[in-house]
Design a protein. Structure first.
Lengths: 182, 1031
């Protein structure tokens, strides 16, 4: 990332910030999509990431760490997206499922999150297993196995020691294996 | 080695990351993302105003005045009053006896942020609107399904808000209404039966409350908003609540005045008359004090009537919405609510404050800075009213970083552990989604070193609205340590460069010229070194407080020919136990005299009990250029390369003297009692030529015997070998470690004709079957192997000296092995033993040694047997095993590396304790930090490079936290004597990274410790290995 661009964006120059949005938007979206497995959620998380980035740019002290910084924001937003999705779903789904059973069924359908099957894609075993991992576990696997980041880089992203990254990465792989075998 | 699972994982993740639908074009970021971000940045509500909360001092003064007031109240409000004169909202008598402070200026009518439906939905989804009340320009679609609500008094879904993202369900609470309206509740006699839910009527914006959990509640419709401005009290008072529908909500920019602050009760002495008809089941305001909304502050005064310029609201409005301020300024939502005790015919409608809208939806705002002792608080959350410095507290007591003191959610107590060199702390408090973030940035004194034990600091944040500690994420950004001074051991120590008394480099007086303490703690006043008058054992060091004076430390240790001593005095802690470390780094030279016990006397500026001081002694390498000695043995002269500079001679010893000492492959002793003499003995094949090297490793001596095989086939005969080294200066013999390597592969021997396989069962429960295709195996019996034989190598082999035709093989297994087989072949004439076994899934591994003696029909020389461990070696980038109560593993970021590329390998050790926070103490030959708990080595599978880890000889203890992994990157230790690869080893030990030439390697890690604090109980040995390839 162009350092001058970052300096200008951090100083509040909207034009520079928008250039960052355009250049970083797609890769961050791909990362979010791999983590979340849902396109709408991934778009939300990516957008929220840039909104948070704009508002918190002043907190970024080391511009060289911009990628790691915005990566952490993205992972947080993915976590928040899943959390809010659960929050939005939890009460109404139970409630409306009962209601749907009792009446016309549309009511429940309106609240339920569209399943991959409903949107045309058959959920794979892998997607099901991956969805049962925590966001942190998913993030580690995506950063390491999809983007090829080394454990030191991931450690820098997440602010944790390299050994801990390896430990968690190994745990995440084993958890995924277990889920796939289940 | 490609792991199929990793391949699949990569493919699946790649598929997921590109699974966007057709509408997601390449220019998505520009077409959709950028406009969305723009809109959100521009339209999401901004912070309304900064707080007008009075200073804490003013608030306390007001509270003090209030105490006087409330005590006086009953006497001042005496006298009957006619019911008709008494307004329903309270007593007619306005009382203002407390000293009045200067009224604050009347607030301007505040602006009300009106969110779009999409912005509202986004704010709910991302958590920024949780716990807020907002005005939304949206339409509430009635629920199409009419179903029973869960309870008459519980909020019930009334409809949904449609938006571009998803439809949000909205609930509404039940409120009382007049008889004949709404639904009739089946309630006991005496309770109000008529209830209804507010529902929108018209296009006015909705007033919605978002619970902390994300549920959306409809409160009503905002009425009377003009150009997004809230009403003044005067404007709102033009409306009679008896004429307004109950779903109409007025947003009023006002001061909310509390009549009864917490803990105080105002009693109004009035008389309602015998015929006063208060309706049962409805709240009453008759003859009750009420809180009020006014356009001007009542700060400093308590009134029981709103007066002509105010609106009376329910009695506990201030308690609910006033944020504990006597007179609180904000945006309040008021709506008509039904009361049964009025001065007018009952029932009647009165104004209730039903919500508070400010601060507007939390948002990044203008930072506010508060000074709080050494802490500078930078608040962007808008929730911090003030802060109080709590100073320094005992860090042992700190187990939480954020808490609500006494459960009071209007206060946040921040406490953290740092080092005492910190002179200033910046605390940044911000909102992050549904949570708050506290980021502490300690600023360390530039002149400080690592300072002493940690200090805990604390400060309290007084909040304008409650925040639970669980809503706060805490981050501590530790600053980098400043560089520490590196005094040259051969030069006179520089004067103390640090202005802090005692902190820096302290030269010691005495009979050694160059001794200095680098004091990282700031507690050393002075020091001296002298010869000890007392006898002292040659190993380790003794620390005492002479004359029980805790400000003095005497350290005795044994050394000789010391040129200088550099000492590091440091403070360390594991959070519960404090400890001082004193590290003695000696430099020695030849002097031709035995060792001397010395005593180091340290004067401190504070009490330091000797029992919490741990001393380590290390002697650096004195001679990096080896000097060669010829060591005569019975079989051959062995060239010994001395890297220590302390070897003065290498002498022969009689065979009979060493024969009795040979029990295993190699042994050592100091037979003459002269501790400068160390003797070695082992069994040597007559075929091989041996060389040796002597090196330092962390203060230990490592003697490595390297045995090279002949180039021609050779039927070896075991012979005893041994020599005696004379060392000067004195060397503690317990500091010796031994290693044995084989630098060349055995030569091909005369092939034997192949024979049909023959199975020989080793009768230790039939654990091992020997499959002999060489025709040379006579028998196999289980044996016993010493742990020391296995050392830290995963496999061991040795000729049994009493029976030269017998090979003993051993290894540490998991205890899960089944179907163990030893295939004995002789493709080139020499036996090749291949071990294989199965390990069923689900078995709980326990570190288990195995040993078997295989007898051949001919004498076999050491190392003429090639031993290959089969089974299921770890070939992925991670190996992890559960061994007893421990999990031990090793991981690399991948399995393939390029030449010259650093190989990043980490090992981790976890004690699988039963409860988090439990601690287990272990001990072993590791050093002072966690890292030395784990040692590393490697062996080249397709070559001859190999090194094993080495440990210190002293006993140290370390605490493991349950389920907290201790990890350590690959570190180098060990000794090798490999003439053919000396260049590699030189590079290996001088390179901080692990880089290896092309080949296939088994990298292994080992942890070796005892389950006590004093190296007493039986040892736990853990090991793990992975295979990597360098191309």
């Amino acid at each position: 990332m162009d350092r001058e661009l970052l300096v200008r964006a951090r100083a509040g120059e909207r034009e520079a910030f928008e250039l960052i949005v355009v250049s970083k938007g797609e890769p961050l979206f791909r990362t979010a999509l791999a983590i979340l497995g849902n396109e709408a959620d991934a778009r939300d998380a990516t957008q929220e990431t840039f909104i948070a980035c704009w508002r918190r740019f002043g907190d970024l002290r080391e511009l060289d760490r911009f990628d790691a910084w915005i990566g952490r924001i993205l992972i947080n937003e993915c976590r928040m997206t899943l959390r809010s999705r659960r929050r939005v779903r939890e009460v109404p789904v139970d409630e409306t499922a009962d209601l749907a059973d009792r009446s016309d069924g549309d009511f429940g359908a309106r609240y339920a999150r569209p399943s991959p099957a409903a949107s045309g894609a058959e959920p794979s075993d892998f997607d099901g297993a991956f969805a049962r991992l925590t966001v942190d576990q998913r993030s580690l696997l995506v950063l390491h196995h999809l983007h090829g980041y080394g454990v030191r880089e991931i450690g820098a992203w997440l602010g944790i020691p390299t050994g801990t990254v390896k430990w968690r990465l190994n745990r995440a792989r084993n958890a995924l294996k277990r889920e796939l075998d289940a | 080695v490609s792991d199929p699972f990793d391949d699949r994982l990569r493919d699946e993740l790649s598929r997921r990351s590109t699974a966007a639908d057709a509408g997601h074009g390449r220019d998505w970021a520009r077409r959709e993302l950028l406009p969305g971000v723009r809109e959100a940045i521009e339209t999401r509500p901004q912070r309304v105003t900064t707080s007008r909360a009075p200073a804490l001092g003013g608030l306390l003064a007001a509270a003090a005045a209030l105490v006087v007031l409330v005590v006086l109240l009953p006497r001042l409000t005496t006298g009957p009053a006619s019911p008709t004169d008494i307004p329903a909202s309270g007593a007619p008598t306005s009382v203002a006896v407390a000293p009045s402070t200067q009224p604050l200026p009347s607030p301007d009518a505040g602006s009300v942020t009106i969110l779009s439906a999409d912005a509202f939905q986004a704010g709910v989804a991302d958590g920024t609107l949780l716990g807020t009340v907002v005005v939304v320009d949206a339409t509430l679609q009635p629920a199409t399904v009419v179903g029973p609500c869960p309870s008459r008094f519980e909020p019930c879904t009334v409809g949904t808000i449609a938006g571009s993202q998803r439809e949000l369900p909205v609930v509404a609470s039940w409120v009382r209404t007049v008889e004949g309206e709404g639904a009739v509740a089946d309630v006991p006699e005496g309770q109000w039966k008529w209830w209804t839910q507010p529902f929108p009527d018209g296009d006015s914006p909705l007033v919605l409350r978002v619970s902390p959990e994300g549920a959306v509640e409809y409160l009503g419709q905002a009425a009377g908003l003009e150009n997004g401005r809230a009403l003044t009290v005067e404007q709102a008072d033009h409306n009679d609540p008896n004429d307004r529908p109950l779903n109409e909500v007025y947003i009023v920019d006002a001061w909310l005045n509390e009549t009864e602050p917490p803990g105080r009760q105002v009693i109004i002495d009035c008389y309602g008359g015998p015929d006063h008809n208060r309706l049962p089941g409805l709240p009453s305001r008759f003859c009750q004090p009420s809180d009020s909304l006014t356009d001007e502050t009542r700060q400093g005064r308590v009134i029981t009537s709103p007066g002509p310029a105010g609106i009376a609201v329910q009695r506990n409005a201030g308690q609910l919405f006033g944020r504990r301020e006597l007179s609180s300024h904000g945006l309040f939502a008021i709506a008509p609510r039904l009361y049964g005790g009025c001065s007018t015919p009952e029932p009647c409608w009165q104004w209730d404050v039903i919500a508070r809208l400010d601060p507007a939806p939390p948002q990044e705002g203008i930072a506010r800075t508060l000074e709080c002792g050494v802490v500078t608080v930078k608040d962007t959350s808008g929730r911090i009213s003030s802060c109080q410095d709590g100073g320094i507290i005992d860090y042992h007591t700190v187990n939480r970083f954020v808490l609500n003191p006494d459960g009071d959610t209007t206060k946040l107590r921040i406490q953290w552990i740092g080092d005492p060199c910190v002179t200033q702390v910046e605390a940044v408090i911000s909102r992050s989604g549904a949570f708050f973030e506290v980021v502490l940035v300690p600023i360390r004194s530039e002149s400080g070193l690592r300072c002493s034990f940690p200090e805990a600091r604390t400060f309290d944040l007084l909040l304008s609205a409650p925040i639970g500690a669980s809503e706060v994420h805490f981050f501590l950004n530790e600053p980098e340590l400043p560089p520490t001074p590196s005094p040259s051991p051969t030069t006179t120590p520089t004067p103390n460069p640090i202005p802090t008394p005692g902190l820096g480099i302290i030269p010691c007086t005495g009979d050694l010229p160059n001794v200095a303490i680098t004091d990282y703690v700031g507690e050393v006043e002075s020091c001296s070194v002298e010869a000890s008058p007392d006898e002292f054992p040659h190993a380790g060091a003794i620390v005492t407080n002479p004359d029980d004076d805790l400000t003095r430390l005497d350290i005795m240790w044994f050394s000789s020919c010391v040129v200088d001593v550099r000492l590091d005095f440091q403070a360390t802690t594991d959070g519960t136990q404090d400890r001082y470390d004193l590290l003695l780094n000696e430099t020695q030279t030849r002097c031709g005299v035995p060792g001397t016990a010395r005593i180091l006397r340290i004067q401190l500026n504070r009490d330091v009990p000797a029992e919490i001081v741990q001393v380590g002694v290390s002697t650096p390498i004195a001679s990096p250029v080896p000097q060669e000695f010829e060591c005569p043995t019975v079989a051959q002269n062995i060239v010994l390369a001395d890297f220590t500079g302390q070897l003065t001679a290498c002498e022969a010893v009689p065979v009979d003297d060493i024969r009795s000492q040979i029990r295993r492959g190699i042994s050592f002793a100091t037979p003459t009692g002269d501790e400068r003499r160390v003797r070695f003995a082992w069994t040597l094949s007559s075929c091989v030529s041996a060389s040796a090297s002597l090196e330092y490793d962390f203060g230990d001596f490592v003697l490595t015997i390297d045995e090279r095989q002949p180039s021609e086939p050779c039927a070896g005969v075991p012979t005893e070998a041994g020599f005696e080294m004379v060392l000067d200066p004195f060397v503690n013999p317990s500091a010796f470690r031994l290693a044995r390597t084989e630098s060349t592969a055995p030569p091909p021997a005369t092939p034997r004709p192949s024979v049909p396989p023959r199975e020989i069962v080793c009768d230790r429960d039939g654990e091992l079957r020997v499959i002999d295709t060489s025709g040379t195996v006579l028998s196999c019996i289980p044996s016993v192997i010493q742990q020391i034989d296995l050392s830290f190598s995963p496999i061991f082999q040795s000729v049994v000296s009493e029976a030269p035709s017998t090979i003993r093989i051993g290894w540490i297994g998991s205890g899960c092995e089944t179907d163990m087989r030893a295939q004995v072949d002789a493709p080139g004439g020499h036996p090749v033993v291949t071990l294989e076994y199965e390990e069923p899934d689900g078995c709980e591994p326990v570190s288990t040694p195995y040993a078997f003696d295989i007898a051949f029909d001919h004498e076999v020389a050491p190392n003429s047997v090639t031993l290959v461990r089969g089974g299921s070696p770890a070939s992925s980038d991670t190996a992890e095993t559960d061994q007893g109560i421990f999990t031990f593993g090793l991981s690399a970021s991948r399995t393939h590396y390029d030449q010259g590329e650093p190989i990043d390998v980490d090992a981790f050790l976890v004690w699988r304790g039963t409860d988090l926070g439990n601690v287990i103490e272990v001990s072993g030959p590791f050093g002072d930090d966690t890292g030395d708990l784990i040692g590393f080595g490697f062996e080249q599978i397709d070559g001859d490079l190999a090194v094993s880890p080495t440990w210190r000889t002293s006993c140290n203890s370390y605490q493991l936290l349950a389920n907290e992994p201790v990890s350590k990157p690959y570190s180098k230790s060990g000794a090798v004597a490999d003439d053919t690869n000396s260049g590699f080893w030189h590079d290996y030990f001088s390179d901080p990274n692990l880089t290896l030439p092309a080949g296939t390697y088994r990298i292994f890690a080992a942890a070796n410790f005892q389950l006590d604090g004093a190296c007493i109980s039986s040892q736990v040995r853990l090991s793990a290995s992975i295979v990597i390839e360098v191309e």
